[in-house]
Design a protein around this ligand. Structure first.
Ligand code: HEC
Ligand code: HEC
Length: 422
């Protein structure tokens, strides 16, 4: 995707695989987990108080709110219902999309992502120039929160589930504030934000979103960098032969080429890899028939160009693009891709290498027997779909990875789960 980054990555990979330690011994143990600076400090968004609340107080409140079901219309759903702390803040179950709403019986349209390692997601831009690599290359649409990059920050993001009819189902910010006022920790809320905070509904709502954001920036819970792969980068452990083969296949531009989008190497400035370049890319994931919205043949979730995102709805060259997710902790998930249509990592990787060589295995057939490739995107936009490696093949070609190589890549992906104990 980005040739400069790619060249650098394969360089690093070669260093690792040759066991030449010197190079990254200089770089590590860096674990530059970047912003220690809470987002609300100096943010024009943050309403002013006589005294700025401390990060510790905000974090504690945010943590309590995150798991409080009384903040939902049903009284049964909190952020943690879909973003389970025991599951890397991803979904705890195997549902493609989660149930929510007032009666807890409305299904959403997208898979719940993990909330780990999103602390450095850059603001959405249509033209991204990477200062770490070759900054003259326009990498295209990049960044923002959600699968379509539409939320500029995690505090803006938090409004969406609190107020969405198919999630926590509150009718208005005022309704959320009313619930906070009745919460068991209301006194704590007043202590942190001022005795009269509940009299100023708009401010109270904004501070509640800020508390959720500050909680989601706590390093130990949200970006611990303590996977086996991190330990390997710090030279505290070795990868098994199979995991190393998997890493090599993951990085190799002629094999998986995964690292061209899911960055796997320490950055030139010394930050640990996030396993995403935050780019928005169309890869032509098949339509998931189990999502109720998809019962309407005219409905398409096209990511960047809508319908959930509305500011770029006329930019048809963006239709079908979704944000490249981090692959950290991906092996803890039970459903994959924006529509949750895949249920194992083997299946995901098989799709990558067979989408173009054996499309009939992945897409339905039309009445005339032809394969409806990219069936979740109107035909006019099929040209938006990425065709770089491992997608650079045609029917009948050999897939970029064999079955046993796919197993190696899966073994490597499992080293990205947090909580490794040597
Ligand atoms: C019903 C399930 C559900 C609930 C409840 C829920 N979320 Fe989410 N969350 C999702 C889904 C689905 C997405 C992806 C939405 C999209 O792409 O449009 C998401 C996306 C996010 C993201 C964006 C991650 C990124 O960087 O791309 C953040 C942050 C987030 N949620 C935080 C929260 C917070 C905070 C709460 C509680 C106030 C919450 N969520 C409640 C399902 C849920
Ligand atoms: C051209 C960029 C690109 C390349 C190359 C690429 N990916 Fe992805 N990957 C993406 C995007 C974009 C998505 C999200 C697509 C969607 O949901 O529509 C994704 C999603 C995934 C997911 C699902 C994660 C989740 O949370 O649901 C996995 C697993 C994954 N990729 C693994 C791989 C592996 C393994 C390779 C190499 C064989 C690879 N990717 C190559 C861009 C890429």
């Amino acid at each position: 995707m980005k040739p400069a980054v790619l060249a650098f990555l394969s360089g690093i990979a070669v260093l690792f695989l040759n066991g030449c330690g010197q190079q990254h011994a200089d770089a590590g143990p860096v674990a530059k987990a970047e912003p220690a600076k809470p987002a609300y400090v100096g943010a024009t968004y943050a309403p002013t108080l006589k005294q700025q609340p401390s990060v510790a107080a905000m974090t504690a409140l945010g943590r309590t709110m995150f798991s409080d079901p009384s903040l939902s219309a049903s009284g049964k759903m909190s952020c943690a219902t879909c973003h389970s702390p025991e599951h890397a803040f991803g979904p705890p179950n195997n549902l493609a999309v989660q149930l929510g709403g007032k009666e807890m019986n409305t299904l959403g349209t997208r898979a719940a992502p993990s909330l780990r390692y999103i602390q450095n997601v850059p603001a959405f831009t249509e033209h991204f120039f990477d200062d770490d690599g070759d900054d003259s290359i326009d990498a295209g649409p990049t960044g923002g929160h959600n699968w379509d990059g539409r939320a500029p920050s995690t505090h803006d993001q938090a409004r969406i589930p609190l107020l969405s009819a198919h999630e926590m189902g509150n009718a208005s910010p005022a309704e959320v504030v009313e619930k906070l006022k009745r919460a068991s920790y209301a006194a704590q809320f007043r202590q942190v934000f001022g005795a009269d905070i509940f009299d100023k509904q708009e401010q109270a709502f904004k501070w509640a979103l800020m508390a959720l954001e500050v909680f989601q920036e706590s390093p130990a819970e949200f970006y611990p960098y303590n996977s086996k792969y991190d330990a390997f980068l710090r030279q505290q452990t070795r990868l098994s032969k199979q995991e190393l083969r998997g890493l090599q296949l993951f990085n190799n531009p002629a094999k998986g080429n995964c690292a061209s989008c899911h960055i796997s190497a320490i950055s030139p400035s010394g930050a640990f890899p996030q396993f995403t370049d935050y780019g928005l890319i169309a890869i032509g994931v098949p339509r998931n028939k189990h999502i109720p919205a998809n019962a309407d043949p005219k409905y398409y979730d096209m990511g960047l160009c809508g319908p959930d995102r509305t500011d770029l709805k006329d930019r048809t060259e963006y239709c079908g693009m979704f944000k490249t997710p981090s692959l950290r902790n991906v092996a803890t998930r039970k459903v994959f891709f924006h529509n949750g249509g895949f249920t194992s990592l083997e299946q995901v990787i098989k799709f990558y290498v067979e989408r173009d060589t054996q499309p009939q295995k992945w897409y339905p057939k039309a009445k005339d027997g032809s394969v409806m490739k990219y069936d979740d995107l109107p035909p006019a936009y099929h040209g938006n779909v990425n065709v770089e490696a491992p997608f650079d093949r045609k029917p009948g070609d050999r897939p970029a990875l064999t079955d046993s190589e796919i197993k190696d890549v899966v073994a490597f992906l499992k080293t990205l789960n947090d909580g490794y104990k040597p």
